[in-house]
Ligand binder design. Structure first.
Ligand SMILES: NC(=O)c1ccc[n+]([C@@H]2O[C@H](COP(=O)([O-])OP(=O)(O)OC[C@H]3O[C@@H](n4cnc5c(N)ncnc54)[C@H](OP(=O)(O)O)[C@@H]3O)[C@@H](O)[C@H]2O)c1
Length: 313
């Protein structure tokens, strides 16, 4: 069984796997060696979509991914982001990564800077191309662009120009559904949105109900780090979920499978990007992405969670 493929519009159609590998922890929580092993295992199992950002790993995630995709460039799709930047002088951070192999995510996040000015975005894309050792980016996303940023800098125009020059094949914005709709309503079209998507989060439904996100990029199917274990320790949630899907949830792995299957269903047609540096997570997530699930049961799970948010608190 192979991972299903989904298509996105671009200067030429972009096809990729519905399961994507999220690199937010690369070069911070996860060091270069372990990170590269995980990228390699996911690739060998068929994952072809990789999500990174200029800011991830204090700027080191792109170069780790760039080294990994060397020789595989035509086989993979790479999303990277601009707008949030690593520290200007990150020699100390880079040294920290080199010495410790990784940095605390808090240290990395505290050093980030933001700018949506056109010149800064163009410069960021050139730096991403250099770090990723590639001459094109499949999809460039403005990282947490707000309506106010767009009004102030007309940031989306910079991306249209980069697309015309062939440096990026497609572009969009990575933020929340409401912000995307605000941009769209004001006439600032976002060709490809990237939003969170899981059973607890209605971002994708909001976009689709309002006519946005024909094909969407989505992330965080498990609700981010720690959410899955906290749901697993909630007996009300577990009972309701088991009743809705008419199958017992006996382990964290069972819940993980259900959460990912649900995100893949909600995101369809689209990509679901998750962090999966642990080998057992990679194998389980690839297996889930290749399976067929009973849609009626997944819908029942979504309906139950939506109608009773108290079960998730
Ligand atoms: N603004 C944006 O565009 C934006 C925002 C947030 C995230 N993202 C992207 O989305 C990616 C994922 O986001 P996230 O980390 O917030 O959320 P997530 O993927 O929902 O959660 C990841 C957590 O779940 C664990 N996990 C993975 N598979 C599992 C499984 N089968 N069973 C149990 N646990 C499992 C991961 O562990 P291990 O990693 O240790 O295996 C990690 O701790 C990021 O890396 C980034 O690329 C983008």
């Amino acid at each position: 069984m192979t991972i299903p493929i989904v298509a996105f519009p671009g200067t030429s159609p972009i096809s990729t796997t519905v399961l994507g590998f999220g690199c937010a922890s690369l070069g911070s929580r996860v060091g270069q060696r372990k990170g590269t092993r995980a990228l390699s295992e996911a690739y060998d199992l068929g994952v072809r979509h990789f999500d990174v950002a200029r800011s991830y790993g204090a700027g080191s995630a792109e170069s780790i991914l760039g080294n990994f995709i060397r020789g595989k460039r035509e086989n993979v799709t790479v999303v990277t982001k601009a707008g949030i930047f690593p520290p200007a002088n990150n020699r100390l951070l880079a040294k920290g990564i080199l010495v410790a192999g990784r940095l605390s995510p808090r240290t990395v996040a505290s050093k980030r800077r933001r700018s949506y000015e056109q010149a800064a975005l163009k410069q960021s894309v050139h730096e991403s191309l250099r770090q990723l050792s590639t001459d094109y980016i499949d999809i460039l996303l403005l990282h947490e662009l707000t309506y106010r940023d767009q009004i102030e800098h007309d940031s989306l125009s910079a991306l249209r120009e980069l697309q015309d020059r062939g440096l990026i094949r497609a572009y969009g914005v990575a933020t929340h559904g409401k912000e995307i709709m605000r941009l769209e309503r004001a006439g600032h079209h976002v060709p490809i949105p990237q939003v969170p998507c899981n059973v607890l989060d209605r971002n994708v439904q909001i976009l689709r109900q309002q006519g946005g996100a024909t094909s969407a990029l989505t992330h965080s199917p498990f609700g981010g780090r720690g959410t899955l274990s906290s749901l697993y320790s909630n007996p009300v949630f577990l009972r309701e979920a088991s009743d809705a899907v008419d199958a017992p949830i006996r382990s964290l792995a069972d819940l993980g499978r259900l959460m990912l299957a649900c995100a893949l269903h909600l995101a369809s047609p689209g990509v679901v990007v998750c962090s999966m540096f642990d080998s057992s997570h990679i194998r389980q997530n690839v297996e889930t992405a290749t399976q067929r699930f009973d849609v009626a049961r997944l819908e029942a799970f979504v309906a139950k969670v939506s109608s009773n948010k108290s079960g998730t608190s």
